[in-house]
Design a protein around this ligand. Structure first.
Ligand SMILES: Cc1cc2nc3c(=O)[nH]c(=O)nc-3n(C[C@H](O)[C@H](O)[C@H](O)COP(=O)(O)O)c2cc1C
Length: 339
């Protein structure tokens, strides 16, 4: 019996399989609005049979976008096109969530950019240090975006706490040099994330899922390592984190020895030490590899990113290898390779 193709129950939802489409910026939005590209892109992967889709990093504020072409949820006008995507994707029994993000010092938008400390990322623009009033504004923008995500009908929100964006900047001693209650020791550096979780939790329906993406390793001796992330997650999980998505890197430029599955041991450690459902991934390109990783490391979900860009129908095409016979959309049935 394939683990990849066995359903998973999370907060009363049945997720049909363990393959997650990783969030991937499409850099195709204008004014933060989703359009036909986004609909086609997400719908194709739902038709292709993935169990869960995480919609790309979506800015909670204009200056919180990674680029001017990112999706946004800072304005009510941005709800309707996302709602359409949710409604269409849902027709294929696919769970769909949205990743809420503030890019902080890694924002390439026009105008002032913000960070915990006035330290530029590499050769990028120097950010302004967030005042406490600025912090309150950002936290409030996550709350407002969560209300809009609920209006759009998303099954879950994923808080983007990874890849060196604003939340990760607060968490990391490499980017956070503050001397107030948001900097210094690990509980202080976690305060911003904690406030965001609480703000989202105050409006996000209790029965819906809240996920957190983390960078489990910063690949720098003075940066966070997986045990720090376990401590961080354990300190916030009671505020309502239901699912952890494990990635790595991005706070500083570092040389990473990347190979298929290189981040999976981090996911395994986080699962063992936090007892939360985890998604692991990175350079995974076949359902066979995903199945083995789920079994060998006792993970709950596997994400695929780039392979799903190359091969949106991977579930339909490769499920047979694991003895699973997925339902094909009736329009494509004549193309099905029967086992
Ligand atoms: C085009 C592209 C855009 C990405 N955008 C995001 C993003 O919006 N949010 C995020 O957390 N990760 C993003 N990532 C990272 C992916 O989610 C994933 O972690 C990474 O690609 C490794 O998985 P893979 O080897 O299966 O592609 C992006 C990756 C790619 C290739």
């Amino acid at each position: 019996m394939s683990k990849l193709f066995s359903p998973y129950e999370l907060k009363g939802k049945t997720i049909k399989n363990r393959l997650v489409m990783a969030p991937m910026c499409m850099y195709s939005a204008e004014n933060g609005l989703a359009n036909d590209w986004h609909l086609t892109h997400y719908l194709t992967r739902a038709v292709g049979g993935v169990g869960t889709i995480v919609v790309e990093a979506t800015g909670v504020l204009p200056e919180g976008r990674i680029t001017e072409q990112d999706l946004g949820l800072w304005d009510d006008s941005q709800i309707a096109p996302l709602k359409r995507i949710v409604e269409e994707v849902r027709k294929y029994d696919c769970l769909i969530g949205i990743q809420l993000n503030h890019a902080g010092r890694k924002s390439q938008t026009n105008g002032t950019i913000f960070a915990p400390s006035p330290l530029a990322f590499e050769t990028m623009q120097l950010p302004a240090e967030l005042t406490k009033a600025d912090i309150r504004r950002v936290v409030e923008s996550f709350r407002q975006a969560a209300i809009r995500a609920d209006c759009a009908g998303f099954d879950f929100i994923q808080i983007h706490g990874a890849h060196g964006y604003l939340i990760n900047q607060f968490l990391s001693p490499l980017a956070n040099k503050r001397t107030d209650e948001y900097g210094g020791c690990l509980p202080n550096r976690t305060r911003f994330l904690h406030e965001i979780i609480e703000a989202i939790g105050s409006v996000w329906p209790k029965e819906k899922i809240l996920s957190l993406r983390v960078s489990a390793e910063e690949y720098h001796p003075e940066g966070n390592h997986v045990d720090d992330l376990c401590e961080i997650i354990n300190s916030v999980k009671d505020s309502g984190i239901d699912w952890v998505d494990v990635s790595s890197g991005g706070v500083v430029n570092a040389k990473i020895n990347a190979y298929p599955g290189y981040q999976l041991p981090f996911a395994q450690t986080i699962k063992e030490k936090t007892n939360l459902p985890v998604t692991g991934g990175g350079l995974i390109c076949t359902v066979g590899f995903a199945e083995k990783a789920l079994n060998d490391l006792n993970l709950d979900f596997i994400y695929m990113g780039r392979e799903l860009l190359r091969n949106p129908y991977i579930v339909l095409n490769q499920a047979n290898e694991l003895g699973f016979d997925p339902e094909w959309p009736f329009q494509y049935k004549r193309a099905k390779n029967t086992p």
